[in-house]
Design a protein around this ligand. Structure first.
Ligand code: NAP
Length: 320
């Protein structure tokens, strides 16, 4: 039911941006008109925060019934961009971003000179640079601003946002980012945000693999993996991955969270980034292959911590 969902509730408030410089929560408003394309697990609460803060927001989602009747809706990404000073995209993969920005009804056909497109999806850095080049030929600027923090970070407006693009464009969009996240870092030119996100996924995947192997080793050696997790949390092996995903592995709770299908996509981006930089990613390749195994076993809709099940299988067990 749409209104029972906390993310949905936040989409039902109408904007007061035209009458006040401050939202009901007393925060300064962004005077620029915002477009938001992609209302999935992440995009929906993010767009909701911008509406809640009293900004003028126009949304578009491919599946139309995910758009609330009480917010401005565009007929297409093109129309959203035509109505917006800052257009945010939050869709799944590189081909999807290419579609919503460069496709026949894409953002590029609606953008005005001086407007900004901000892609917050996790996609290829090389494709990001190509899109930015095409937008610049239309007089529009682009930032890449992928995020970390998951669904909870999106709901709590506590995302880590990794931004690439011109510094003056970053400064203009910063008040918008501040409605969505806490750690907001400008990392360099266009594509730098996506490279940073690839680094993030590399560290995450290898940490996850280490945790999965350690807990499986403990179980196979006759030591309680829950006690091993607790012991390791007090020492140098402590990490958020051990804490949160280690617990998921112990509970065999692989409901997403972050879908394996999307993580598999991210590991492809990691490997592509390594190849284009001439950097062998030995650990990354291993993790990428294991995510391929997870996909082949039909686990794409499970949380990415389901890697533990693959590792347990290598040990001849099920992880239970
Ligand atoms: P999701 O729930 O699967 O939502 C994907 C969104 O993209 C939906 O709105 C979907 O529209 C739209 N979309 C997909 N393909 C499209 C296309 N060809 N044309 C138009 N719209 C399209 O994904 P999510 O979890 O929100 O993730 C979004 C992005 O954030 C991904 O790049 C992901 O890697 C990244 N991310 C996710 C997490 C996480 O924990 N979930 C964390 C950090 C970063 P429909 O509703 O019509 O399907």
């Amino acid at each position: 039911m749409l209104l029972a969902d906390p993310r949905a509730r936040s989409m039902t408030r109408t904007s007061a941006a035209h009458v006040s410089n401050f939202s009901k929560r007393g925060e300064p408003q962004v005077s620029e008109r915002i477009g938001f394309i992609g209302l999935g697990i992440m995009g929906r609460p993010m767009a909701g925060h911008l509406v809640d803060a009293g900004n003028a927001v126009t949304v578009w989602n491919r599946t139309r019934n995910k758009m609330s009747a009480l917010v401005e809706r565009g007929e297409s990404p093109r129309e959203v961009a035509a109505r917006s000073d800052i257009t945010i995209t939050m869709v799944a993969d590189t081909p999807d971003v290419l579609d919503v920005i460069l496709g026949s009804e894409g953002v590029i056909h609606g953008v005005r000179r001086g407007s900004i497109v901000v892609d917050m999806s996790t996609i290829s850095p090389a494709a990001t640079r190509e899109i930015a080049q095409k937008l610049s030929e239309r007089g529009a600027e682009m930032l890449d601003a992928p995020v970390s923090g998951g669904e909870k970070g999106a709901i709590d407006a506590a995302l880590s946002i990794m931004v690439g693009g011109k510094p003056e464009v970053f400064e203009r969009v910063l008040p918008v980012f501040q409605k969505l996240g806490k750690a907001i870092v400008h990392l360099g030119e266009i594509g730098a945000g996506q490279v940073t996100k690839a680094c993030n996924q590399l560290v995450l995947s290898l940490t996850l693999l280490g945790v999965a192997e350690a807990l499986t080793l403990a179980r196979k050696s006759g030591v309680d993996p829950a006690k091993v997790r607790a012991a390791l949390l007090g020492g140098f092996a402590q990490s958020r991955v051990l804490e949160l995903h280690g617990q998921r592995m112990l509970d065999q709770n692989f409901e997403p969270g972050f879908r394996t299908r999307l993580y598999h996509k991210d590991m492809g981006i990691v490997m592509e980034t390594g190849r284009s930089a001439g950097m062998p990613l030995v650990g990354g390749a291993l993790a990428a292959q294991l995510y391929q195994v997870a996909m082949n076993q039909g686990l794409g809709e499970k949380d990415y911590s389901v890697l533990a099940r693959i590792v347990a299988g290598l040990g001849g067990g099920t992880g239970e």
